[in-house]
Design a protein around this ligand. Structure first.
Ligand SMILES: Nc1ncnc2c1ncn2[C@@H]1O[C@H](COP(=O)(O)OP(=O)(O)OP(=O)(O)O)[C@@H](O)[C@H]1O
Ligand SMILES: [Mg+2]
Length: 270
């Protein structure tokens, strides 16, 4: 028989799908800031935050929300090379396909963008921008100078590198929006809403305040870590449910299970 925890486990498989987006205090604040910035005469906007803070899902959400009002495009992972990137951009800007074996003439593209000024305003959401090199960023900036194309540059900052300290980010970016790890409140909302969306009411109610606090402590409020921990918690619950159901309290997920999961994921060392 299928365990009730099977579905709960699936809820926390990491995904970036706009349909899974949830309004959280931090994401709503960042969304508003981003929407407001898009209306200003800025050329580039920087969205940054540590890995797993919800940048990609926010960009997907903003694209979905604004696509009927604006020309807005989401570029997920960077193209394998510059040629491919400009092909993609060419297609978006000219609404035409370029034959595969031809290369985009960059100066012609800049001129084309200059010609669009005052006629169209295109927003390009560039995810994973830490992967673009300086030369590419410089070209992106030149395109944004046309004022017909506006870029939202999303990048993750890691512990050891301060990307926005890099020269091309320091001097060119006018607006900076940061996504941080979730507060305890936001994380609890996230966990509950994710489960409720799948009608898993009893399971959502079985995670009490004390255990929510532990989850926040172990994951530091990082959404990706939170997904991993919740997946593991439900995996353990599923195991008990199938094999030793006397050991599980269906109305209250015990802190022992959270600890076991944290141990399994290496948050606690023995
Ligand atoms: N507001 C939200 N609504 C729903 N899910 C969210 C939200 N914020 C974060 N998540 C979830 O957290 C996980 C990490 O989010 P996401 O992939 O967007 O992070 P990221 O900042 O782009 O990370 P990286 O820098 O590694 O690309 C995803 O599974 C995503 O669905
Ligand atoms: Mg991402």
């Amino acid at each position: 028989m299928k365990s009730r925890y099977e579905a709960a486990k699936q809820v926390f498989i990491d995904s970036v799908d706009f349909e899974d987006y949830i309004d959280l205090n931090s994401s709503v604040a960042a969304y508003k800031q981003l929407e407001y910035s898009l209306d200003k005469p800025l050329k580039m906007i920087l969205l940054f935050g540590r890995p797993g803070t919800g940048k990609s899902i926010l960009l997907n959400h903003i694209q979905q929300k604004l696509k009927h009002q604006r020309e807005i495009y989401y570029f997920d992972t960077p193209a394998v090379n510059e040629k491919e990137f400009f092909h993609k951009l060419f297609k978006v800007l000219t609404q035409k396909d370029l034959p595969n074996n031809t290369e985009v003439n960059f100066s012609a593209l800049v001129e084309f963008c200059q010609g669009l000024r005052g006629k169209r305003e295109i927003v390009i959401l560039l995810d994973e921008a830490q992967m673009y090199d300086t030369e590419m960023m410089e070209k992106i900036r030149l395109l944004s100078d046309s004022r017909a194309v506006k870029f939202v540059i999303s990048l993750h900052k890691t512990e050891d590198e301060d990307l926005i300290a890099k020269e091309h980010f320091k001097s060119r970016i006018w607006e900076v929006i940061e996504l941080k790890n979730a507060s305890r409140e936001d994380q609890a909302t996230y966990i509950h809403k994710k489960l409720l969306k799948k009608n898993l009411f009893d399971i959502a109610n079985s995670i009490k305040a004390k255990e929510m606090k532990m989850i926040h402590h172990f994951t530091k409020g990082n959404y990706r870590e939170c997904n991993k921990l919740l997946f593991t918690i439900f995996e353990i619950c599923e195991h008990y449910d199938k094999n030793e159901s006397a050991k599980i309290n269906y109305t209250h997920i015990h802190s022992k299970i959270i600890e076991m999961s944290a141990l399994k994921l290496g948050y606690i060392n023995v």
